[in-house]
Design a binder for this molecule. Structure first.
Ligand SMILES: Cc1ncc(CN)c(N)n1
Length: 221
């Protein structure tokens, strides 16, 4: 079994089933999701992407082969840029600006997820860092592909679905999966166990991120 399949089976398979049945996700395709929840999501995702970009730069710095160094560095810059452009367009369609993002600040789930990503990518091994960022790529690609089958009657949601269901995003994710699988041969038992834990944790954070948006979760105090 490949290292990526092993991570998915132990950490994401059950979570992924819950993600595709979550009302935030089903609401995108049937168009019933409240725009207020999607606004919350895009604002929080704008905060998230700033941290994610830094996390990918850390993964690049710790990569053990040159192709992976340049791939993660490219993703920290280009792939994030593509997502930022998407956000700018979606924020505009939703009547928001980047000033609104700054004024809102990051919510509890976003803050927890960003902190986890940053901590592991800064202090874990290279393999742990890859396992931690992998669900961010993989789950979005699979959700995008799944939702693209029906897209959405709402043009804002259809634009979001088209971006993550695109062939370009698929190619980005396939390149990260290939790096993960090559890395699998070098990872010993203790480190492997930590990779499993990180992959499961960030898969759960992906579900929590959508759930927080659906409920528009705020700091309790
Ligand atoms: C929370 C989250 N996770 C993943 C992705 C896809 N890079 C994203 N934009 N936001």
């Amino acid at each position: 079994m490949t290292f990526s399949a092993e991570l998915w089976d132990s950490g994401a398979a059950k979570v992924y089933d819950k993600i595709v049945r979550h009302p935030f996700i089903t609401g995108l395709t049937d168009g019933t999701l409240d725009h207020e929840s999607f606004r919350y999501f895009i604002v929080q995702d704008s905060h998230y992407l700033r941290s994610y970009s830094r996390a990918l730069a850390l993964v690049s710095a710790r990569a053990t082969d040159e192709d992976a160094v340049s791939m993660f560095a490219r993703h920290a810059a280009d792939a994030i840029e593509v997502e930022r452009e998407l956000h700018t367009s979606l924020l505009g369609s939703l009547g928001l600006t980047s000033a609104d993002v700054d004024a809102t600040g990051s919510g509890p789930t976003t803050t927890a997820y960003m902190s986890y990503l940053t901590a592991v990518c800064a202090t874990g091994t290279y393999a742990e860092a890859v396992a931690t960022v992998l669900p961010c790529y993989w789950i979005y690609r699979d959700v995008g592909r799944e939702l693209l089958k029906h897209s959405s009657p709402d043009p804002v949601y259809a634009e979001w679905i088209a971006a993550y269901g695109s062939e370009e995003f698929d190619a980005v994710v396939e390149s990260v999966l290939a790096v993960t699988d090559r890395l699998g041969a070098e990872v010993g038992p203790g480190e492997r166990e930590r990779c499993h834990r990180h992959f499961a944790a960030t898969s759960r954070y992906e579900w929590m991120f959508w759930d927080a948006a659906y409920h528009r979760l705020d700091w309790p105090v």
